[in-house]
Design a protein around this ligand. Structure first.
Ligand code: GCU
Length: 625
């Protein structure tokens, strides 16, 4: 019985995520003697061998016999073998051939590369050759930045690892199966929606499939740093005068008790020699000199050097304090008001899953134009480039796992999935100062099973990272006369409450918002989604749906309402940019796009963009305290 089944049977809620994470690491390929599967924090700051570029691909349509047996088990003798067809005589293979197959670019989803795959949701096989030169006393991992939704990996015909979840990285050890010279890797990616998946089957975004983020080989010393947390010490209160201590841990995979780890932050006068405990973890609290705290106005990043044995890892980390006090959000002890927008990982101009420097530059260009200081990366962790850009640009981030609306809350294996997705999100981005909120869900049904599931998950997030407030976007306030009441019990588990509402679009008329009083929890509230659809370039009266003027009208009435809610600490309109969603089927108006963007998918700003630009410049809606 492997760890995963233990978790399923005993539904041990309190099973610590790290134990679960380790179980997950092995469970995907069986017993512990299998290669290590992990998530290497800081990979984007390591020297790696990129495997981005052209990969051969073959479509394995349902029932995907190249991957699954008739009972749905994974075959190790299907396309994974990467054999050649025998054209002349003798045994033939399964009638596939990667060597003569066309190619896809990795990363980038398959939907926007091959028109025949635009709406395809299923299995696509990827294959490429690569050269490897053995380096003594090292371990090599295959790093996958993200693969949507399930992925199965073989190297030189050996099964390496599997992964479920379309938006977070994972690293699979390939040391034992690599050969000097020519090697090959075969990856099956299955984007089929799964009722017990996270997200489940009903989503309002495009289910872009494939190897949607960077792929590389990472070669490390036999003992290496795989996880670390270097943050400004987070005490029960914050005092700028005492903001001079760094705290956290560095974990060295393979380390024994007493292994030396060094932490250097030269510009802050930190040069500490630490020792690992029996679990390979070196915890620390060290005094720093004249720390400049990270903020929107001054996104100061420090060069941080970690070392242990042969391993070196350099990162750039900002130090700041984020916390809630009453109904206020305090950044470095000062109340803040978040002026931002939601954004899907939709690539401006080209569409598709955003995954390149160019995509990130375009998105941050829009945020800068908007005078935003905040972005909600809906509804899943985006490419790591986004948080790196946010760190550099001083844009604060709401980061979220894709637990969207209806999932199978009653199933223990779904809770286990949610827990390791949360773990992956936090492990990848815990050292990004820009990330100020972890969100565990979006718009889930208010019932006891879900509330227990999410309350446990919120507490797990707090256990994993006690330095950040936990949030979630709620829906379902109910109108009593002119009072809109939000009494979802899940709000009790949150530090910051996101309130989604579409008064003036999905319900009531825009002008009804003027007279609505809200009854909300006495916590910091972000209006985490609000807005209306407009097709860019369609103009008409302010009451004419789908016009830009109507979209502005909805927001103007929204502002009248929001100004009356004293604990609102942020505006997050849905959505910065129109994004693909197959459920949006009004020809000529939507054409498969959700049109609530302030900007069209080809970068054209709507009147509502100009409205927010003005509101954000003047800071005319909402107060930080
Ligand atoms: C919901 C949901 C979004 C969705 C939006 C809409 O609130 O959170 O993912 O796109 O509404 O209907 O446009």
């Amino acid at each position: 019985m492997n760890c995963f089944s233990i978790v399923l049977l005993e539904r041990v809620r309190s099973l610590s995520a790290s134990l679960l994470f380790v179980c997950w690491a092995f469970a995907s390929v069986g017993l512990a003697q299998q290669p290590l599967k992990t998530l290497l924090a800081g990979v984007d700051h390591r020297a790696v061998t990129s495997l981005n570029g052209d990969w051969h691909y073959l479509v394995d349509q349902p029932p995907a016999k190249g991957l699954y047996t008739s009972s749905g088990k994974i075959r190790d003798n299907g396309y994974a073998l990467n054999t050649r067809p025998n054209i002349k005589d003798g045994p033939h293979n399964e009638e596939y051939d990667f060597a003569t197959a066309p190619t896809l670019k990795v990363p980038v989803d398959w939907n926007t590369q091959d028109p025949t795959l635009f709406r395809y949701e299923g299995v696509v096989w990827y294959q490429r050759d690569f050269n490897y030169t053995p380096q003594p006393n090292t371990r090599t991992f295959l790093h996958i930045g993200a693969a949507n939704y399930k992925s199965f990996i073989w190297v030189n015909q050996k099964r390496i690892c599997d992964h479920e979840g379309g938006f977070t990285p994972f690293d699979c050890e390939v040391t034992a199966v690599l050969k000097p010279g020519d090697n090959f890797v075969v990856i099956a990616v299955d984007s089929t929606r799964d009722i017990d998946g996270i997200p489940s089957v009903g989503i309002d975004w495009f289910n872009y499939g494939g190897l949607t983020r960077d792929v590389s080989l990472v070669t490390l010393p036999t003992k290496f740093i795989d996880d670390y947390d270097v943050h400004l010490k987070h005490g029960t209160t914050f005092s700028a005068a005492e903001a001079d201590t760094l705290a956290g841990y560095i974990h060295v995979e393979g380390a024994t008790t007493g292994t030396t780890v060094t932490l250097r932050v030269p510009e802050a006068g930190v040069d500490a020699a630490l020792k690992t405990d029996g679990n390979g973890r070196a915890s620390f609290e060290v005094k720093a000199k004249h720390l400049e705290l990270w903020s929107h106005e001054n996104p100061k990043l420090y060069a941080v050097e970690l070392a242990s044995g042969e391993d070196r890892l350099n990162d750039e980390i900002g130090f700041r304090d984020i916390r809630v006090e009453g109904t206020k959000i305090l950044l470095n002890g000062k109340p803040i008001f978040l002026q931002g927008a939601n954004m899907h990982a939709e690539a401006p101009y080209r569409t598709g899953r955003a995954c390149t420097d160019e995509d990130v530059k375009n998105i941050f260009g829009f945020l800068k134009d908007l005078n935003a200081n905040f972005v909600r990366l809906a509804h899943y962790p985006h490419d790591e480039r986004m948080e790196r850009a946010a760190d550099r640009e001083g844009i604060m981030v709401w980061s979220e796992i894709p637990l969207w609306q209806h999932i199978s809350f009653e199933k223990p294996e779904v809770y286990a999935k949610a827990t390791y997705m949360l773990n992956e999100m936090i492990r990848r981005d815990r050292n990004k100062a820009s990330v100020i909120l972890w969100s565990v869900s979006n718009e889930t049904p208010n019932n006891p099973v879900r509330t227990k599931f999410l309350t446990d998950l919120a507490n797990e997030a707090r256990r994993l990272d006690p330095t950040r407030p936990i949030t979630s976007a709620l829906i379902g306030p109910h109108l009593k006369g002119t009072e809109m009441v939000q009494d979802d019990p899940f709000a009790d588990a949150l530090d910051v409450v996101g309130q989604n509402e579409y008064i003036g679009w999905y319900e009531l008329r825009p002008e009804d918002a003027d007279n609505i009083q809200w009854k909300l929890p006495q916590k910091p509230i972000l209006i985490s989604e609000f807005g209306a659809e407009a097709k860019q370039g369609v103009h008409g009266g302010k009451d004419e749906r789908w016009t830009e003027e109507q979209q502005v009208n909805v927001y103007e009435h929204q502002f009248i309402m929001i100004k009356k809610i004293p604990q609102v600490r942020g505006l997050v309109p849905w959505v910065l940019m129109d994004f693909r969603s197959p459920t949006r089927n009004i020809p000529k108006l939507q054409d498969g796009f959700n049109r609530k963007g302030l900007i069209s998918e080809d970068g054209k700003k709507k009147l509502a963009f100009t409205l927010f630009q003005k509101v954000y410049t003047e800071r005319s809606v909402g107060k930080s305290e």
